[in-house]
Design a binder for this molecule. Structure first.
Ligand code: ADP
Length: 240
């Protein structure tokens, strides 16, 4: 008798784990090298350099803030994936949720002369969810829209009801996402342009956290995008 075991799934999981460890190490390496380098420069004499020393310390602070964001996102992701993130479900008013995220994004969008518009019908039903987590999801998508839209562009948030689900669309007139990348951007650390994302302070984990959180609410996220024209991210959540 011959017993055959299909280990291709095991192999795939092992590769995913190895890639993840390599990605995490790579993400930590850049800020750590910068912190070490500037600390050594300061100790090697630049402490007396009154013109540059403040800038060097600011760079150290910036890179440590990046490490802080990375560890926060990684911890959150591991809690979610282990099913240990506790969600507190209550009825959530979508208009209030949208308003609070838009308020937070207003300053940065004004700096880039972006027009922000909101359309949220008064008749919209509530959704059942953890308001804080849903705000994190929407904020991430809205911040990305601001981040990836050149100055003078438009961002529109539109909430509606579709097949018993509340749908929140965030549409921007930004750089867009190539077709082949559209599904992959929800993977951990996947970025269309890694250098650009890092420079902007992104961790590459935001959308994968957002996807997990929305799915934990029984919903889903979709993206439609065209390079050079813009993107629409749609969050679907079950209505009460
Ligand atoms: P990041 O920290 O890099 O923004 P995310 O997980 O939030 O990480 O997004 C992953 C990638 O998806 C980004 O690096 C970017 O390439 C792409 N992306 C996300 N939102 C948009 C958008 N509105 N327009 C264009 N590209 C986007």
């Amino acid at each position: 008798m011959l017993v055959l075991h299909d280990i291709s799934e095991l192999r795939r999981l092992e590769r995913v784990r190895q890639d993840f460890v390599a990605n995490v190490s790579h993400e930590f390496k850049t800020p750590l090298t910068a912190i070490q380098g500037f600390a050594e420069t300061l100790l090697g004499g630049a402490l007396d350099d009154t013109t540059n020393r403040r800038r060097f310390v600011e760079i150290i602070r910036e890179h440590s803030a990046r490490l802080d964001r990375l560890t926060d996102d990684l911890l959150k992701l591991s809690l979610i994936e282990a099913g240990k993130l506790e969600l507190e479900f209550y009825p959530v008013n979508v208009a209030a949720l949208v308003e609070s995220c838009v308020d937070t994004a207003r300053f940065r969008s004004a700096q880039k002369q972006l027009t922000l518009s909101v359309e949220c019908p008064a008749s919209l039903p509530q959704v059942r969810g953890d308001a804080r987590r849903l705000a994190e999801v929407l904020q991430n998508i809205l911040d990305n829209a601001v981040q990836y839209t050149p100055a003078g562009g438009k961002i529109a948030i539109h909430a509606s009801i579709e097949d018993g689900q509340v749908k929140i669309d965030v549409t921007d007139t930004g750089i867009g996402i190539p077709r082949d990348d559209q599904q992959r951007i929800f993977e951990r650390f996947y970025r269309v342009d890694a250098a650009r994302s890092r420079e902007a302070g992104g961790t590459g984990l935001g959308l994968s956290i957002a996807k997990h959180l929305v799915e934990a609410h029984g919903g889903r996220i979709e993206v439609e995008s065209e390079v050079g024209r813009g993107s629409t991210f749609s969050i679907f959540l079950p209505a009460i």
